[in-house]
Every structure is written in C-alpha cells, then in structure tokens.
Design a protein around this ligand. Sequence first.
Ligand code: CA
Length: 419
Amino acid sequence: MPLQRSWVTSANTTEGDFPLNNLPCGVFSVGPEEPRCGVAIGDFVLDVTALEADGLLSLAGGPFLDVPFWNDLMEAGPAVWVDLRAQLTALLNEHSQTRERVEPHLYALSEVGLHLPFLVSEYTDFYAGRNHAFNVGSMFRDPANALPPNWLHIPIGYNGRASSVIVSGTDVRRPWGQLKGANDPPPIFAPSRRFDFELELGAVVGQPSEGMVSVADADAMIFGYVLLNDWSARDIQAWEYQPLGPFQSKATATTLGPWIVMRAALQPFRVSTPPREVPLLPHLQEPGPLLYDIALEVGLTPELGVETILSRTNYAQMYYSAAQQLCHHTTCGCPMNVGDLLGSGTISGPTKDSRGSLLELSWGGKEPLTITGGSRTFIEDGDTVTLRGHAQGDGYRIGFGACSGRVIAAHANPVGSGR
Ligand code: CA
C-alpha cells in the first residue's frame, strides 16, 4: 500500500513516524488540563476524545474515548478497531470535506504531555530472541549448552510487575539490591553497578480470553505494539535468579513508548518467524506470517553529552511471535485481560552491533563500548536511553515515536547509613 495522503501536510513525508497509514493511539494533555485520548498524525496529535464528544467520530456501542486510556476502545473489539481507523482515515485524508471541523482538535506534538496509553492490567516478559538467549547463555553457562533445553519448544517467560510500567520521559532511579559476585564472600546491599536496558517490543492484548486460544485467535486478540525498555539490574539478577527467575532485578521499571501502533497498521509488514530448529508441537505452529519487519535502534546520551547509537536490529529476529507467546500463556487456562502487556524478550541480531542490551554489547562488562566522549560497560547516572523503531513502507514509514528514559542516582541508603 502506498502513502495515504492527508490534509495534515506534515503527515505526507517519507521520514516521519506518523503518516495517515499509521494512526497510533496515545494519551496526551495540554498544560494543566485532564489527559485524553489522541491519535498521532504528522507533527500533531488529534484529540479523538473531543471528536467523539462532538459526534465527528461515532463508534457503535460508544462512547469509548471519554476516559484517559484506550482500554475501553480495545474492549469494544476488532470490528470497532476497524471502524475507528476507517472513520479517522475519512476525516484526515486529503479529500476530506470535514477539515474545518477537525482542524481545531489538532495540537502540536511539541506542546503536549504524553501519558501511558493504556492501563496495564498485568505484565509478562518473554525471552524469545534466539540471539539474546544464546549470548546470555554463552556468558553465564557455555556456548555448547547456551540455550536452556526447553527453549526451542516453548516461548519461556516470567510474570513481571504492571505497577512499575511507566511512560517514556519518566526518570528511572537506580535500584538498590543484594549483590554478590561468583567468588565473593556473603552478599552486600548496595545500588546496582550493572544497570542495563533491554530493547523489546510489547504486544498489547485487546481482548480477554477464557481457556486456551489458538495461535490464530491469539493474533486477533492483539490490539497493537509499543516500544518497551525492560530495565534490568544484572548484578541483582545474577544473585537472585536461581531457581525461580528474575524478581527484583526486573521490577524497578519498564518504560513504554507513548504510542500503540495498531496491528492493522503493521499488516503490510508481516514476515514469518525464522526456520524452526526443531519442529514445534502443533498447538504452537504458526498458521501464517505473524512477525513483523520492524527496524529498531537504541541510543545512549550521557548527561550534557551527545547521543551514540549503540545498536540497530529488527523485530523479525524473534524466534517466537507475540501470537505464539499469547497462545502459550493461555494453554494452562490462565485468563488474559484487556490491557495485558507481553514483552517480546530482548531483540538482538546476529552481529555485535545489533545486540539489544549492554550486557551483550559489552560482553558482560569485559569489552567497554566506545561512545562519543567516553565509554560504557553499563548505564551511568544521568544517561538517557532511547529506543526507536519503524516499519519501512513504499515512500512512508510506520513509526513508534521515541521511548526514552533517564537513569538518575540511587537514593541514599534506604535503611540508613551505618550509624
Ligand atoms: Ca526482558
């Protein structure tokens, strides 16, 4: 599909994140006013809460957008999702007859605040990137047995925390925790020294489930995708993770991009998962291409410094799709809810410059990375980490906006200084 042209001329560029083909969903506020639902178009956000209140947008069973989150609209179901895109496309396309009525509801993106686009009901993080799992396994075990024995059979994951999911632009405070090196005497309690990012894509579940759902039905339940940074304290993780997996090391914060790119906008960019190394059991097999060709990058900007791009990779590197993960999540009968968030797992490519975490980029801290004006093994206080991503269309791109977070210094000792 070519670029769909809009009367919002800034949406008609080849390099912008938000052409008419995209229409990603967010929540914004103007000054001290209450947050409301918006859709990004070019350099603007369109106030769809106001459009619905004015009757310019009329969705069967609505209103759904009179709340500062997209959960109600998601719950309304796929037919409403399709209708929303059709009505917005009619209002915003270059031949629209309603421009005069719609235009007053546009706000410059540079002048609004952005909020979490949906209420995160629960958060699950997977470990579905083949290169990431191999790299981490090679570092912590050995290259001959890098992948856990279950890895090629099920998308493994853990239940994370919804309470610490935050929106891009929110500072992240360096966590305290128990740290213990392999050969150290008893552990110490100290701020993490190996704080890291993980470049991921989050799938937003838009429909509930009861009982097990197929991979195809799971795909249809996904409303859209967001950029996701799964902040990770490697030293806390190394000590705590056996045998139950990550706990405090992953619970400090998870930063989401401000825009949910709807599944429909990504439809032209579907690709198959890579070839299976061992056949999957039938219930997890893909009925068709369920992954997406989405170029991703991560940049690091020191305080008062300039950004260095640390890595470029692609979502198509994942071994399992979000639909396969969601299917697996329901096999035991676990109900899924509107607003469930599924992290893909760290998205690392096969080459050194396509790794999705500092743990891999600095190979466990042994190979410092050169950045403009310095070097890094792990994140330092004042560093800002920014994720970006887009699918490349014919003369346009479907972008996700930026997903940024700055790491700030740990609190003073939360249990007091040894008086
Ligand atoms: Ca992760």
